[in-house]
Design a protein around this ligand. Structure first.
Ligand code: G
Ligand code: MN
Length: 290
């Protein structure tokens, strides 16, 4: 059932119910994938991606179930659950920036968002480290509603990203109205750029267009070193994809905290003062966006 891509209302109802049950059972999990600078030196943020445990106990991407939940209209509850789990992470780790995917269908100021928005309002230092990625693949049901949602989140300090830019159905005029802080160029342009000069030019122009729409541009689908190079030469300074890291349950920002704790304990035992983050040479570097 999980891998079936044909659209059928009964299957959609079953799949969307399975996803809600996974939330209730705690079998929907977040994996993390970093957004990296083209030189591999900096991490912009880590994107949370949903994974579900299937009937055989295997972990699998939740993409098909999410698509069904979007069609049935239950995606809002899933998105709010995931966003609240990301807020838990941000609360636990004071230096990291994290990203979350919100379906276009959920991007409206529905009363169900009240508790989550209150949580963000109460903690601006957490909101400032959150990137809310609104996917372009679904059509935005109401542009004014999406603009109000994006503006509210931005007022609270969050960054708004347009996901899968170039792959969806929304017009550029509609996307401009969201005033995105970040645009993520869809991975198909990366794959195409190695095929022909014409497709390379399309990638280059897509990046330039995205740069005109927002101050930060991320290019997705960087799977090989050839992709890394072609994207960098086309102007893609922030990159994401399997070449840099596959989505993983590991949370490197937690290991930084662990290293800091270990260091503190070692230095305490040796009678030395704690010298801080700069001394942890192996720790990943985080770019706090603002
Ligand atoms: O729509 P969005 O860009 O949020 O989708 C992320 C999805 O893309 C996740 O399911 C993730 O596992 C997958 N993904 C991440 N990096 C790559 C990549 O380099 N290649 C491909 N094909 N998929 C990727
Ligand atoms: Mn995304």
């Amino acid at each position: 059932m999980f891998n079936d891509v044909t659209v059928d209302p009964v299957r959609d109802a079953a799949a969307s119910t399975a996803l809600l049950c996974a939330v209730a059972d705690g079998t929907i999990l977040l994996h993390w994938q970093p957004v990296m600078s083209a030189d591999g030196e900096r991490i912009l943020y880590h994107e949370a991606l949903s994974r579900v445990i299937d009937d055989d106990g295997a972990l699998m991407p939740a993409g098909n179930l999410i698509a069904a939940a979007e069609r049935v209209g239950t995606i809002g509850a899933i998105d709010r659950h995931n966003l609240n789990r990301v807020l838990d992470e941000l609360e636990a780790a004071p230096a990291v920036c994290l990203g979350i995917n919100i379906s276009a269908d959920s991007a409206c100021l529905h009363p169900a968002w009240t508790r989550t928005l209150a949580r963000l309002k109460a903690a601006p230092q957490i909101a400032q480290r959150l990137v809310v990625e609104i996917t372009e693949t679904g059509t935005l049901p109401s542009l004014p509603a999406a603009i109000a949602f994006a503006n509210e989140l931005r007022t609270l300090g969050c960054r708004i990203a347009i996901d899968d830019f170039g792959d969806g159905q929304a017009s550029i005029r509609r996307l401009t109205a969201l005033k995105p802080d970040i645009v993520k160029v869809d991975r198909h342009f990366t794959v195409g750029a190695l095929h022909s000069k014409a497709e390379y030019t399309i990638l280059e122009r897509m990046i330039a267009l995205a740069q005109a729409l927002s101050p930060v541009v991320i290019v997705e689908g960087v799977e090989t070193s050839a992709h890394r190079e072609v994207v960098e030469s086309a102007g893609g300074t922030w990159q994401q994809g399997y070449y840099w890291a596959k989505p993983s349950p590991d949370r490197p920002w937690r290991s930084e905290i662990r290293q800091l704790k270990d260091l503190a304990v070692r230095q305490y035992r040796k009678g030395e003062a704690l010298v801080g983050h700069a001394s942890i040479s192996s720790a990943p570097r985080f770019t706090v966006l603002r």
